[in-house]
Design a protein around this ligand. Structure first.
Ligand code: C5P
Length: 212
C-alpha cells in the first residue's frame, strides 16, 4: 500500500519547495506536474505555433518526450505564461492525465508513495488521495517571492511586471472551465503568507502523519 500526497495551489505559494522536502523526508517519488504544461507550451512556441490554438497545443502534448522536461528554459516566466494558455485546453489535460495517474499509483520501486504538485491534483488527477494540501499566500507575497527567485537566477525583473503576470496567470488558472485551480473539499489549506518554509514543512508533515 503506497501513499499519495496531493499538493495544489497558485504560482509561487511554496508548493514546489514543500513537495520536494516532503518527498525527500518521507521517501516519496515527486512529480512537478506544472513541468508537463510548461513543456507543452514551450514546444508550441518552439514549433512556431499559436498558443491559443487548441490543435497546436494538443499536438505538442501528444509529442512530449521525457527529455523535453529537462529544458532549463521551462523555468522562465515565458514558459509559465505559455503553460497557463495550453492548460485551458481540455484535450491537452486529458492527454497528460494518464501519465500523472500512473506516476501516483505506481511510484518507482523502493519509494513509499508519491507526491504530486499542481493545480488539479486533489480535484481531478488523484481525487482519492488520502492527503490533500492546498498551499496558498497573498498575491503580493507570491510576487515578491517570484521576483527574488528570478533575481537570484540572474534574470532581470521588476516587481510591478511580476505582480501583473502573477495576477494574469491566477485569473486564467482559476477561471478556466477545464479543471480550474481550486481547493478540493477535503483539502487542508496552508496559508504560507506569514510562515517560514520550515514551519510550512513541519505543519505539512504533521498533517500527513495524521491522515496517511
Ligand atoms: O506549477 P507551475 O507554475 O509550473 O505551472 C505552470 C502552469 O501550468 C500553471 O499556471 C497552470 O496553468 C498549469 N498547470 C495546470 N495544472 C497542473 C499544473 C500546472 O493547469 N496540475
Amino acid at each position: 500500500m503506497t501513499i499519495v500526497v496531493a499538493i495544489d495551489g497558485p504560482a509561487a505559494a511554496g508548493k514546489g519547495t514543500l513537495a520536494r522536502r516532503v518527498a525527500k523526508d518521507l521517501n516519496l517519488a515527486y512529480l512537478d506536474t506544472g513541468l508537463l504544461y510548461r513543456a507543452t507550451g514551450f514546444a508550441v512556441i518552439q514549433a512556431g505555433g499559436d498558443l491559443d490554438d487548441a490543435n497546436d497545443a494538443l499536438k505538442a502534448a501528444q509529442n512530449l518526450t521525457p527529455t523535453d522536461l529537462e529544458n532549463e528554459k521551462l523555468r522562465h516566466d515565458e514558459a509559465a505564461q505559455a503553460a497557463s494558455k495550453v492548460a485551458v485546453v481540455q484535450p491537452v489535460r486529458d492527454e497528460l492525465l494518464e501519465f500523472q495517474r500512473r506516476f501516483a499509483s505506481q511510484p518507482p520501486a523502493g519509494k513509499a508513495g508519491a507526491v504530486l504538485d499542481g493545480r488539479d491534483i486533489g480535484t481531478v488527477v488523484c481525487p482519492d488521495a488520502p492527503v490533500k494540501l492546498f498551499v496558498t499566500a497573498s498575491c503580493e507575497v507570491r510576487a515578491q517571492r517570484r521576483l527574488k527567485e528570478l533575481q537570484d537566477r540572474g534574470l532581470e525583473a521588476i516587481y510591478a511586471q511580476v505582480l501583473q503576470d502573477m495576477k494574469d496567470r491566477d485569473a486564467r488558472d482559476s477561471q478556466r472551465a477545464a479543471a480550474p485551480l481550486k481547493a478540493a473539499d477535503d483539502a487542508v489549506i496552508l496559508d504560507t503568507s506569514d510562515l517560514g518554509i520550515e514551519e510550512v514543512i513541519e505543519q505539512a508533515k504533521s498533517i500527513i502523519s495524521e491522515k496517511a
